[in-house]
Each structure stands twice: as C-alpha cells, then as structure tokens.
Ligand binder design. Sequence first.
Ligand SMILES: [Zn+2]
Ligand SMILES: [Zn+2]
Ligand SMILES: [Zn+2]
Length: 417
Amino acid sequence: MDCNQHDEFECEFFTSGAGKALCKDILVKNFGICGLLKLLLLLENPRTKGDCQMLIDVPINLSDYRDGEGMWQEHEELVVRPLMESGLADVLPTQELTSDALHAHCIRIDSNSFEVTAKDGDTLKGIFVWGATLPHHCVPNTVVALDEQFNMKLYAAVPLQPGDIIYNSYTNPLMGTSQRQHQLRLSRRLECICSRCLDPTEMGTHMSSLKCKECPGFSVCEIDSNGKLGDWRCPDCRALLTAAEVHELQAAVGSALVDAMGDLQVYEALLTQYGPLLHPNHFMLLDIKQNIASILRAAALMNSMDQPCKKLLARRVELCSDLLPVCRAVVPGISKLYAIGLFEYLLALVELVELQFAESDLSKKEYVAHLRTASLVATEAMDLLRFEPENSAEGYLADRISMELERIESDLKKYGR
Ligand SMILES: [Zn+2]
Ligand SMILES: [Zn+2]
Ligand SMILES: [Zn+2]
C-alpha cells in the first residue's frame, strides 16, 4: 500500500502504535464506521485534536435521540457496536469511549455535515461546524459552495436586506412539507415552521396537493398556526381527505416507485395510475417524471433506442420543462438545483430540435427560434453556477453548458441570418 495516500499518524497508529493489534478488516466489514473512526483518530493525534474541539463542544442531549426514531438504531448497528466490539475503545483510553459517547459523536457528525465531492468524484461528508449553525429555512436565501481546498463559501442567493436572517436548507426542496419535516426531525431534531411549511400551497406550487374527490379543485393540507399538519381539504367545496388516506396513497406510490427499479414502462404506468389523483406538481409525480427523464437521457446517450425517436425526445423535453417552474419557486435566485434542471431541459431541447430540423419537420426560422431559447437557457444556467469552483462537479457542469452554448451559437451564426 502506498503510504503517501493516507495520513501518517493513522498509518503509524495501525502498524506499530496503539492500534497494532486491531483487526484490519474492521473497515472493510463495517464501512459505516469510517467517519467516526476518522474523528477518533483526529482526536487522538495531538496535532489535530484542537481542530475538532468545536465539534466536540457541541452539546448533545442523548435522551432526545434515544427514542428509536431517527438514526439511533442505524448508528447502533452500523457504527457504535462494531467499533465497541473491535476493541478500539480499549486502545484509546484517554478518550473514555462508551457506547453513549460514540452515539453523541455520531449525532455531532451527522448534524454538522455537508455533502462534499471528493477529488475522485465520490460523495463524502464534510464537517463544517460554523456552516451548520446557519438556521434552516425550506426556501433558503443563500447558496453554499466549497472550493478546491474544501473551504466553505456562502453567497447570497437572492438580494439580502440589512437585518435579514441568513438561512441555509438542510433538506431536499423537491419534497413535500410533511416529508421535509419528517427528514428534518430525524436528522436535526428540528420542527420547521418556515413560511413554506406554513403555506398549504407551498409557495403556490401545490407540491403536496391532491385532486379533490368531489370537484375539479385540489385539496390542500390544513396547517394550524403552530405549523401542525392536519387533514387535507378542498378550499372550493370543503370536501375532506383525511391525513391517513393521504399518507396511505403516498405510501402506495412510494413503494411502487421502489418496485419500479428503473423500468420505463412501469414509471409511465404509475403516472397514468396516480396522475389523476394528485396535483400535476405533486412531489411524487415530479419524482416519477424525473426518473423517466433520466432513463430517456441514458437511453439517448447509449443510443439504445432503435432510432433517436422524436416522440421520446419530445417526451423528455416535456418532462424536464414540467420541473422548472416548481423548482424555481422553491429555490429562488442562485441555485445549483435549478441550474441542473435547466441543463437537463437544454440538452433535451437541443437534441430534439436538431433532429426535427435535420428531418425537415422544422423550418429554418422555427429552428433558429428554438436555438435562441436554448441559448437563453444555457446562459441562465451558467450564470447560476458562477460561484462554483472550476474543478468541482458543478464547475464541470458549467464547462459542459458553455460547450453546448458554443455549439448553439455557431448554429445560430450559420442559420440565424
Ligand atoms: Zn501507511
Ligand atoms: Zn420549512
Ligand atoms: Zn372540491
């Protein structure tokens, strides 16, 4: 093994130091312990111990977490028990490691971690204690970017006024309110009552709304002034849909999604089956649509469709464009997520109109009009990625979009006169 690839202190700890007798398979068999093991070794190393102090000082009240909901059980099985059984606690006596101490570390790591893309493209957890102190809002007003040295930089996503609270989001904005809240409760013991969570229409998107059973309207979740979610009711005819009915329906869609296993026909069948029961912007329909779009995209890349069929390309354009207004509403301003949505739409659109033009379905004038749209979309997407460092995943995406833009511009020069 090349010792330049890993930390000198850790190397010595396991080869000749206190950890010499530990079974080296522990990481292979229990990949989940990686993060915590790293922390324990950083704490053991006198040169790095100080760097961890802020994290270690985060107070954790274990009784808030021990109720079985959330990550406790997973931590116990995948991290704490394997580490305790490995004998590591015995060779790090000054850290006084008990099961509870390890659980507290796990919670500290989880609630202070951000997704980081490693140099090899892998997704890792990065601990940013200051970063994690930003309060949460389901519609954040900042964007977090990590530079090549993994320094966190925070930018305003929308114009901020003096006195505005600076928010980050610790959840997936493309989920509905009850799902976001569930996730926040599990991961951060947080009860969100942000403006989106208090708005039954979720900023007018209706991402959790269902088709009314009695009239052509849509039922929305009733939310009391404390943010507690209730039943669903149609504002037009007052018809009731109980929360239990809604959850049952969502659970059915959820498990059907899991069973779909990447099968295009199954996803399309799910859309046909559940589309009439849900608002067109319902987060589960958006999820199904995104699944279909990415299958179509992969198929186009691999040329696995018999012909790059115009019907499927048009379907992809439609699916990608359905997501955009919803995405825009829940992540306003500068947003990676919206940039990615625009990019997917751009690729689909350009592929479709190029083929349509080549097969003379589009006149030169129509083709040029589509290219102008594509050029605007590409420019907007690049603008949204302007804070991303060059050699990050988002930086590569910006390069990719700029290549696409060049191609569009050159066609515009050729046909646009
Ligand atoms: Zn080594
Ligand atoms: Zn919220
Ligand atoms: Zn109704």
